[in-house]
Structure formats: C-alpha cells, structure tokens
Design a protein around this ligand. Structure first.
Ligand code: SAH
Ligand code: SF4
Ligand code: F3S
Length: 485
C-alpha cells in the first residue's frame, strides 16, 4: 500500500518501473512535480473537476481518478471552469452520449478564456470507435482520451499530457485481463463505499453495449476484496456496495472458484461492518444458496435489484436474457416467501425491436404480480454494434412513448402502494446527508433502500439510527429519530 509522503521519495529522474502499481506511483510523483511548477508560476494550486455519467461502476472509477488527482496535489472542485476537467462517460443509452457532446461545447468556451486548461474524456463512450472519430474531428480542443481498460494508467497519461506542448493524446485498449490493485481512491462518502468485485460482462444481452465497452468478465480475488473492505472499515466505512454487472456469476472463473454467496459469507464476518449491499443480480444466475445466505444474514440489506427488462418470454428470448416470464415470477415469489421484508426493484426496457402492445401487457402483468417497490423504466435505445440494432422491426417512437407512459404509470402506482406498508414502523436508517430542500432534515436510507427524511443534527451523518416512519409521501418517508444505535 502506498503512503502519501512516499511519493516525494520517488526518484523521477530515472526510468519508470515496469511493474504495477509502482509504475503509477512514479507517475503520480511526476504529476506532483508539475503541480509544484504550476503553483510557482501562478501562485495557487491547479483546480480539477471530475464529472461522472452513468452507473455505480463509473462512480467508483471516478473515486479512483479523484484519488490520483488529489495525491498529485490538485484541488478538487465541482466547478467545470477549472484547470483540469475530466468527463467519465457512459454510453448505455444515447441520451448519455448527447449530454457529453452538449457539455463539451461549454468546456470549449472555458478553455478559450483559459488556454492552460486541459480537458480529458474517459469511460465507456471512449471505447466506441465512432465516438473517438467524432471527437477527433469535431472536438479537437480535447487534450486526453482513454478508455475503460487502462483507467489504472491515469497518472501516467496525465503526466504524459502535461509533458506535451499541445495536441490530443489518445490511448484506447480493446480489452484487458489485467486488474491493478492498490491505487489511491478518494471516497465521496466517508461512511459508505462501492467496491468492485468484478469487471466486464459476458452476457451479451442483445440490446446492451456494456460487454463491448467493458470487456470480458473478470473477478477480483476474494482476498483482495476482503482486504479492501477491512481497510475501509478501519477508516470508518459502515456500509459497502459490492459492484459488478452480474454479481451472481462472481468467482466462477477464478483459479480457485468461489460463489458470490460464499464471498458474502466472508464479507459478513468483517467486524465493524454494518451493512452489505450489492448490484446487479442477473435473474438467470441467482442461486438458492444466495437466497439462504441473505435470509440468514444480519448485515445484508433487505433489497434486491433484479432487472426484468421485459415480461414477455418471446421478447426476453430476443433480448438473450436466458429466463422466461414464468421463471422470473417463480424466482421473485421464492425470494418474497423466504425473505418477506425484502424490497425488490427492477429495470424495464420499453420499445425493444418487435415489441407489441401485447408484449407490454405481459410486462405490466409481471409488475403487478411481483409488486416491485421501485422500477427504473427506460426507452429502448439503439446501440451501434449490438445485435438488436440490426433487427429490422424497430418500433416507431410515437408507439414507444405511449407504451412507456403505460408502464411508468403501473410502476408508480405499484410503488406507491408498496412503499406505504411500512408506515408507523421503527426502522434502522443510515443517516447519509443533509436534505437538499430543507437543511433542518437529514436524509437516510433504510435497509430496503427506501429514503426517509427526519429532523436531526448533522453529527448524526454516517451513523445508523432508529427512526419511526411517521408519514409516507409517495416514494419516501418523513420520520422522527428515536435513538442512535
Ligand atoms: N448489468 C446490469 C445492467 C447494466 S445497464 C443487468 O444486467 O442488470 C443498466 C440498465 O440499463 C439495464 O438493466 C437496462 O434496463 C438498461 N439498458 C441497457 N441497455 C439499454 C438500451 N440499449 N436501451 C435502453 N435501456 C438499456
Ligand atoms: Fe448489459 Fe446484460 Fe451485461 Fe447487464 S448482463 S451489462 S444488461 S449485457
Ligand atoms: Fe454506462 Fe458504462 Fe455503466 S455504459 S451504465 S457507465 S458500465
């Protein structure tokens, strides 16, 4: 493990080491030199902004980018009018891409006024050749581009960019089997943290671009995961979220295979850790062993995100999801039976090629039968290079919009009905932050992932407290604090 002061002891006048992470420590030391010279020239430290698009994986990656920037000596800001701005991009649906293009125009304006400014792009969008071509042609003011597979090289790329007078640096890898451990990370919350347990995805759902931009599935060694969680707990973390595109297939390809349920059992043993969450579970791989471990656990939260995508067996087959409407329903029923206080949430896509109003009725039927506590509903977005993009029967957007509204209404009605059932109960809540609308309130999360706002002192942030759920307001609660644990 690195130590902050050690960076200044690294000799940057010799050749960089070949092995990782020592090589990146060397380049962090180089960046520190650059920061010092910036400070001498400008009488202040350089400011840096990391903007994240997309999922929890990207959020975690951004904590790694921030960790390196902080170790290099940058001041972090949320203002994009900064000396170094990096966008960690997402490409799961086209609107994520459009947001990035729109905001790049604004960054260009800042850069005209501050020619020393440097702009970097990384993340999933950069793994698409059509994107990098477009940026090269239409956004030449971007200084650095890299992808998802070589993000661990960020310090090296940053140092290289600052050594160069001008021009774009681009380093995109097609795939990797490498996992580099022990790089600096700067967490957004002191009391909770995401942990990657695996990278990539092998499922190739026919609509989804993630396997193409994140590469093949690779699991981290359980020892590394446990070591990281223990170290987080020693720093004050009480809740972890284990991250992977399909956590249920964790560990299958390791040299000594281990199941996700077995990993959870080990994580549970870590003293001082209070809560365990995970994302995402693919229904096809959810085992009875996992249900049993969840049921008997004191720490695993009563929440399961179990993406349905569609309730029509025919569409599910076209999506390459490898389960049927009936098997999903049976699984959800088993989970509800075994763990009655669990919340089940889901993802739904409306408008997949060839989807008819009858297929949508099947989806609505599943929503009503499973009675999801919450669901994220997405309009199908055509992703170049995926099998679904080449399907001929794309659904016209007016039809999709109409069907989408129908699904959304069912989801919302159902969630409202489900959420109210906790009214009057006293539950444990992790107090997370000051409420955005009313600073007298704190916002916390129940084990089942529902939000509750309650009057309390900011000192309570990061603590698990007992809260009575006084009133349900649609999707959240107002409560009153009874005691801290
Ligand atoms: N690995 C996770 C999902 C990651 S992507 C899983 O399999 O559950 C998050 C969600 O985005 C998916 O569950 C899906 O509902 C949605 N999504 C993915 N590709 C999409 C596309 N092309 N159009 C619309 N929504 C999409
Ligand atoms: Fe995409 Fe399917 Fe992999 Fe999830 S499991 S990331 S939806 S391909
Ligand atoms: Fe987006 Fe990449 Fe996550 S495409 S959803 S940021 S894995």
């Amino acid at each position: 493990m690195y130590n902050e002061n050690d960076f200044d002891k690294i000799d940057i006048n010799v050749e960089p080491p070949v092995e990782e992470p020592a090589r990146q420590y060397y380049f962090i030391a180089k960046c520190r030199e650059w920061v010092k010279s910036f400070e001498q020239k400008n009488g202040r430290l350089p400011k840096s902004c990391v903007t994240t698009f997309g999922c929890q994986m990207n959020a975690r990656d951004s904590e790694k980018l921030t960790g390196i920037l902080k170790q290099a000596g940058f001041l972090m800001t949320e203002d994009e009018n900064a000396d170094f701005v990096i966008y960690n991009t997402c490409t799961v649906r086209d609107n994520a891409n459009q947001k990035v293009y729109g905001r790049l125009g604004v960054l260009n304006g800042y850069k005209r006024r501050n020619p020393e400014m440097r702009i970097a792009l990384c993340g999933c969008m950069m793994q698409e050749p059509s994107v990098t071509t477009k940026i090269r042609e239409s956004y030449p003011f971007v200084d650095l581009i890299f992808g998802t597979h070589n993000i661990y090289k960020f310090a090296e790329l940053l140092a290289g960019m600052y050594e160069k007078e001008a021009g774009m640096t681009m380093d995109i890898w097609e795939d990797t089997d490498k996992i580099v451990e022990d790089l600096p990370v700067s967490r957004k919350y002191p009391f909770k943290s995401g942990i990657n347990i695996m990278f990539g995805c092998n499922n190739f759902c026919s609509y989804c671009i993630v396997p193409y931009v994140r590469g093949r599935e690779r699991s981290r060694n359980p020892e590394e995961i446990l070591k990281e969680i223990k170290s987080l707990v020693s720093e004050g973390v009480v809740e972890v979220m284990l991250l992977g595109q399909n956590v249920n297939s964790y560990g299958k390809n390791l040299e000594s295979p281990i199941s996700f349920a077995e990993l959870l059992t080990e994580v549970e043993k870590i003293e001082g850790l209070e809560r365990i969450r995970f994302m995402t579970s693919h229904p096809k791989d959810l085992s009875d062993e996992l249900i049993a471990v969840m049921k008997n656990s004191k720490k695993i939260c009563r929440h399961l995100h179990l993406p349905l995508q569609s309730g029509s067996t025919r569409i599910l087959k076209e999506m390459n999801r490898r389960y049927t409407k009936e098997s999903y329903l049976a699984l959800a029923e088993k989970i509800r039976r075994e763990i009655p206080d669990i919340s089940i949430t889901t993802d739904i896509i409306v408008g997949f090629p060839g989807e008819t109003p009858d297929d949508v009725e099947e989806t609505i039927d599943v929503i009503k039968k499973v009675r999801f506590e919450n669901a994220f509903t997405f309009i199908y977005s055509k992703r170049t290079g995926t099998p679904a993009a080449a399907m001929e029967n794309q659904v016209p957007s007016e039809v999709v919009k109409e069907q989408f509204q129908k699904v959304l209404k069912t989801v919302q009605d159902m969630a409202r009905e489900r959420v109210v059932r906790f009214e009057g109960q006293t539950v444990e809540v992790l107090a997370e932050e000051v409420n955005e609308q009313d600073s007298r309130l704190l916002t916390g999360r129940m084990s089942n992932n529902l939000l509750v706002h309650f009057p309390a002192d900011t000192e309570m942030i990061g603590k698990i407290v007992k809260v009575r759920l006084d009133a349900c307001h649609g999707f959240y609660y107002l409560g009153s604090i009874l005691s801290s644990k």
